[in-house]
Design a protein around this ligand. Structure first.
Ligand code: IP8
Length: 285
């Protein structure tokens, strides 16, 4: 009985706080800081603190709810690829690496939280496995309540790419993009913004092809036409086309879905102000 009373008081308290503090403002935006922007993807566990802090400052221009997702970069992909963690359990020797990658992505997460808090964004961590269950590398259950409760308290939930328990593979890799997709599906944000290390989506790899052109508006047909080259950098969360398929699905669930260059100062802030920075807009359908 006493316990129930406490619960009721908690709920009432939560309600009053969320009513008093509710941020209507600009609505909800979900933003991904790509792992290749906030880390040096070629050097194990090298954080790009200056870039992350600048992006956090730009993000603070948003006058509404924020959910941030960040990639793992060199805090996740290098060891995950070396030990084939994306293939699930193969042998005992992988388990130490699961623990190391989990530790490393949490270290990155703490550094991102610090950057956000220093920019006056009240960031709190929500690891993917706290909100979702996985089977065969896909989500079988996603509960957005934890995210919503944090936002009702005017906190900004931050989730990230991680190694997660998996019902069939024992463990698998959950990418930040997968979390973006689930969040968009359940929370229907005003905008979903991907901060990448290039200006947007190109007709072919701009690092290898001088005639690669930026696609300003991307639909399903344009995705089919993209010429894909083998990436030389470690990335265990799939092909560019697979990622673009996810973005098409995200575009179905928000007013605006864009990919922009997080390495160029001002682009994120400009997108948040509803201006039109150089970027690729992903169209629904
Ligand atoms: O960087 C990958 O997430 P992503 C997560 O968003 C790990 O693709 C642990 C490699």
């Amino acid at each position: 009985m006493a316990r129930l009373d406490v619960f009721i008081m908690d709920e009432a308290y939560r309600q009053s706080i969320s009513e008093a503090m509710s941020v209507s403002g600009d609505g909800l935006v979900i933003v991904k800081f790509g792992g290749s922007v906030i880390t040096n993807k070629d050097r194990l566990r090298e954080f790009r603190e200056d870039v992350c802090r600048r992006l956090a400052g730009e993000l603070s221009a948003w006058n509404g709810d924020i959910v941030l997702v960040h990639g793992a970069g060199s805090f996740g992909h290098i060891l995950a690829r070396q030990h084939r963690l994306h293939e699930g359990f193969r042998d005992e020797s992988q388990l130490k690496q699961v623990a190391l990658v989990q530790r490393d992505v949490r270290e990155l997460n703490v550094r991102v939280l610090e950057a956000l808090i220093d920019s006056d964004i009240r960031a709190v961590s929500v690891p993917p496995a706290a909100a979702a269950s996985f089977r065969d590398g896909s989500v079988t259950r996603f509960d957005p309540a934890l995210f919503s409760k944090m936002m009702n308290l005017c906190l900004a939930p931050v989730t990230f790419g991680d190694v997660v328990p998996d019902e069939s593979m024992r463990f698998s890799i959950c990418s930040g993009d997968l979390m973006m997709q689930e969040l968009a599906r359940h929370l229907r944000p005003k905008a979903a913004i991907f901060c990448a290390d290039v200006d947007g989506v190109f007709t072919s790899d701009p690092r290898q092809n001088a005639d690669a052109e930026l696609i300003s508006e991307l639909d399903r047909e344009a995705v089919q036409r993209i010429k894909q080259s083998e990436s030389t950098r470690a990335d265990v969360t799939g092909s560019i086309k697979g990622k673009l398929e996810r973005m098409l699905a995200i575009a179905e669930n928000c007013e605006k879905c864009i990919i922009l260059n997080g390495d160029v100062p001002g682009r994120l802030e400009s997108a948040l102000r509803d201006e039109e920075p150089l970027s690729t807009k992903v169209l629904p359908g």
